[in-house]
Ligand binder design. Structure first.
Ligand code: FES
Ligand SMILES: [Fe+2]
Length: 440
């Protein structure tokens, strides 16, 4: 993985909205990047329109006929498993005149029927029936031409399903690069595999989507923003420390925090708040993991907590419990977030209950962390209005230079610095301010 240093090969484009200067050790982002509707449209086109996007996990639709409707990059989609068991992803728009076809958020069906003129499509996309079809009878190939439109690219890694609206994007593994390895580590936790828990936590934030990314890649805010949670951990006998925690640039905008100081991990690293019963099970599970994966890989999977960001819309929290978070920009100042609990398939009921309780108590929408985080990024969105069109243009920039001096000396960037955010913004700038392609 790439060290976060000033020699980072990602380049330093001093473009209009992202300024980076390693002589002056400054890195700043113009606040219009969070506010501008025009820029938002550009992001939808240049990022969301031309890269892989996380859609969902294949265990969300385990049975033939299962479907979820979901919106990515503003486009309504149907994510389903057809009757033969194959995963299909369709644009959720009737091929007749474009009406949203599936109006349910989830379910199981053999057919999707449009409410407007009642055209019906099979779960593999064929136009199966249309009322009064004798009026179309003389037109050859009509039904074939009006099958449901599939998104151009669908691929998956370890059950994580991604789509791309641009048929010419590089393959998924190329896009994921080093991030694929860290997704695989999480996927290896359970001897019988991993799955999402049915149900989704959906919430809407009055803030720009990039603030959600920054917040997840920002260890600097952990102690001050979440001091209630830190106090709770200390009271339960768990030492929280920011030492030896690092940030990594995984290339192409993907980022990783490896956290050793916040490290109770269900089934992997025991701590008192998990209860005595878990202590023994954790030791047994570690042995199982070592036998299955080998000592070294088991240690990499189990020992440290990780927060992985896969550019541009997936966050994988592999902490005391596991959660998948998907970011969907709605407008410049609004973002929808979906979160799923990610669990070991076949684990005992009491462990499942502990895992869910532990996760929702911290990063759930009503937990000890996420409401603080949402308040932080909504407060940023409100606060940056103050300096818009300011008489002194210097007021309208946000600083992200923390840790540059350390990185310039060739040291690994720390999670409590702002290097992971800088990597993200460099990629953002390449995409949005370059010619729209990564590395341009
Ligand atoms: S728009 Fe769907 S059947 Fe007419
Ligand atoms: Fe936080």
């Amino acid at each position: 993985m790439t060290q976060l240093t000033h020699t980072d090969p990602g380049g330093t484009p001093n473009r209009s909205l992202v300024h980076e200067d390693w002589d002056a050790l400054t890195f700043k982002v113009h606040r219009s990047a969070y506010r501008s509707p025009a820029l938002f449209q550009k992001e939808m086109s240049r990022i969301w329109g031309h890269t892989w996007l996380y859609l969902g996990h294949e265990t969300e639709i385990p049975n033939p006929g299962d479907f979820k409707s979901r919106t990515l990059g503003g486009r309504p989609l149907i994510f389903c498993r057809d009757s033969s068991g194959k995963i299909q992803v369709f644009f959720n728009a009737c091929t007749h005149r474009g009406t949203v076809l599936c109006r349910h958020s989830e379910g199981n069906t053999k057919f999707f029927q449009c409410f407007y003129h009642a055209w019906a499509f099979s779960n593999s996309g064929e136009l199966a029936a249309l009322p009064g079809d004798e009026a179309y009878a003389d037109v050859p190939g009509f039904k074939e031409r009006h099958r449901l439109r599939s998104v151009p690219r669908v691929d998956s890694h370890e059950g994580f399903v991604f789509i791309a609206f641009d048929p010419d994007v590089p393959d998924l593994q190329t896009h994921l690069g080093e991030a694929a390895h860290y997704m695989s580590l999480t996927a290896k936790i359970g001897p019988q595999g991993m799955q999402t828990v049915p149900g989704v936590q959906l919430y809407s934030v009055k803030g720009n989507w990039k603030l959600a990314v920054e917040n997840a890649m920002d260890g600097y805010h952990f102690a001050p923003t979440h001091n209630t949670f830190v106090g709770y951990l200390r009271e339960t006998g768990f030492a929280v420390t920011d030492d030896d925690q690092y940030a990594y640039d995984l290339g192409d905008g993907h980022g990783l925090l490896i956290l050793t100081g916040h490290n109770g991990r269900i089934g992997m690293v025991w701590e008192p708040r998990f209860g005595e019963g878990e202590k023994e099970r954790t030791a047994a599970k570690r042995q199982e993991m070592e036998e299955r994966l080998g000592k070294e890989l088991a240690a990499e999977v189990a020992d440290a907590s990780r927060i992985l960001f896969v550019f541009p819309n997936l966050l994988l929290f592999d902490l005391e419990a596991l959660t998948i978070r998907q970011i969907e920009p709605v407008e410049a100042g609004r973002t929808d977030v979906r979160a799923w609990q990610f669990v070991e398939t076949g684990e005992p009921d009491e462990v499942r209950a502990l895992r869910i309780k532990t996760m929702v108590s911290f990063v759930g929408p009503g937990g000890l962390a996420t409401p603080d985080d949402i308040e932080a990024y909504e407060a940023v969105q409100r606060g940056i209005e103050a300096t818009a069109d300011s008489a002194d243009p210097a007021y309208d920039w946000s600083d992200m230079s923390r840790g540059m001096a350390n990185e310039k000396q060739g040291n690994q960037g720390r999670s409590i610095d702002e290097g992971a955010m800088r990597s993200f913004w460099r990629q953002w700038s390449r995409r949005v301010e370059g010619d729209g392609t990564p590395g341009a």
